[in-house]
Design a protein around this ligand. Structure first.
Ligand SMILES: Cc1cc2nc3c(=O)[nH]c(=O)nc-3n(C[C@H](O)[C@H](O)[C@H](O)COP(=O)(O)O)c2cc1C
Length: 340
């Protein structure tokens, strides 16, 4: 049997195969209300029916000012929670395990309100100068993350992913050059990672489902953090009880001088470096488009799960194609087999 189609575990959740749909914002919310709607139920259920093992629902804001746009999903109130519950119910019928990415955009929010950030540095000229977060703001954001996690669990999600990547709020705190604070949340590695660690620890105390973290393993900028710091952080997150690490990179700066070439598997090196030091599952992502690439990454001990992003946008039935390509045709849902 291929490794791509052997089950794996995140916490106590057993995932039927190692094909992961990574979070991808669809910007399809209407009326500024953060609700998943029919579009979202169909979009995610189609990937579940198509055979993906784990679906991580797109960046979902924990408070209104934490949205990237007004069309983002939210989970800051109980009506939104009910709409998420309908989404989860629809998707799990077809076999995927459902996770949600909990997010705060920080200075990369394009919504009207003055965005929040660790320091008053804008992302680029197209963005606003953010408000420097007070200690009260930090406490409020933490509490909103925890309440969002409680709602996510009660909506039926089996797994939570904390969005600490791509230059959004938590990643802004991790960054040496975005975070210029002089209090306990800025400066040293210990201080810059404090917000993420506090959120993880407090969330773990509040919910019983597994919680993982998505990291941008390299900031792509020479005066900022690199993979060595992310390896250290991943190990510390594991010690605090993180259930998995999802390894992406970049998005922290609008001008970069150390971006990798965007060739197939371009983030695999980062995932492997992290996989070497942790025992929890590692998910790799980034221009992975074929079953054989995923299989090779698994056999090469780069990762435990393989995320196919844009490939799953192009082809909701990608997992079935992969079953055929790896000689596992009997795994394909019966009525679809004749198509292969
Ligand atoms: C349309 C779109 C929306 C995305 N939204 C998110 C998101 O909500 N959260 C996140 O962490 N990454 C997001 N990403 C990044 C993807 O999760 C993934 O890391 C990236 O597309 C690289 O993987 P791929 O080459 O397989 O597509 C998005 C990517 C795309 C194409």
């Amino acid at each position: 049997m291929s490794k791509l189609f052997t089950p794996f575990k995140i916490g106590n959740s057993v995932i039927k195969n190692r094909i992961v749909m990574p979070p991808m914002c669809m910007y399809k919310v209407k009326d500024d209300n953060g609700f998943p709607r029919c579009f979202h139920r169909l979009h995610y259920a189609a990937r579940s029916l198509g055979g993906a093992g784990l679906i991580i629902v797109e960046a979902t804001a924990i408070e209104p000012r934490g949205r990237i746009t007004h069309n983002d999903l939210g989970i800051w109130n109980d009506e939104q929670k009910e709409a998420h519950a309908r989404l989860v119910k629809e998707c799990v019928k077809y076999g995927a395990k459902m996770a949600i990415q909990l997010a705060h955009a920080g200075r990369k929010s394009e919504c009207d309100d003055t965005p929040l950030a660790p320091s008053a540095l804008k992302f680029s000229d197209e963005y606003q100068i953010p408000k420097v977060m007070s200690l009260d703001d930090i406490a409020q954001v933490k509490s909103n993350f925890i309440n969002a996690a409680i709602r996510a669990q009660s909506a039926g999600y089996e797994i939570i992913e904390i969005h600490a990547a791509h230059g959004y709020l938590i990643n802004q705190f991790l960054s040496k050059s975005v975070n210029k604070r002089e209090d306990n949340y800025g400066g040293s590695f210990e201080n810059r990672t404090r917000l993420l660690k506090e959120i993880l620890t407090e969330m773990k105390a509040a919910v019983s489902i597994p919680i993982g973290v998505r990291l941008s393993a390299d900031s792509w900028k020479s005066d900022d953090y690199d993979i060595d710091e992310s390896v250290r952080l991943a190990k510390e997150l594991e010690n605090l009880g993180a259930a998995f690490i999802h390894v992406s990179s970049g998005g922290v700066h609008s001008n970069v001088d150390r971006a990798p070439k965007f060739v197939p598997l371009y983030q695999a090196g980062y995932a492997k470096a992290i996989k070497e030091v942790v025992k929890i599952p590692v998910i790799v992502v980034g221009l992975i488009t074929t079953a054989s690439e995923g299989e090779a990454l698994l056999l090469g001990d780069v990762c435990d799960g393989v995320a196919y992003g844009r490939e799953l946008l192009r082809n909701p039935n990608f997992a079935q194609t992969a079953m055929r390509d790896l000689g596992e045709k009997e795994l394909i849902e019966k009525p679809y087999r004749r198509a292969f």
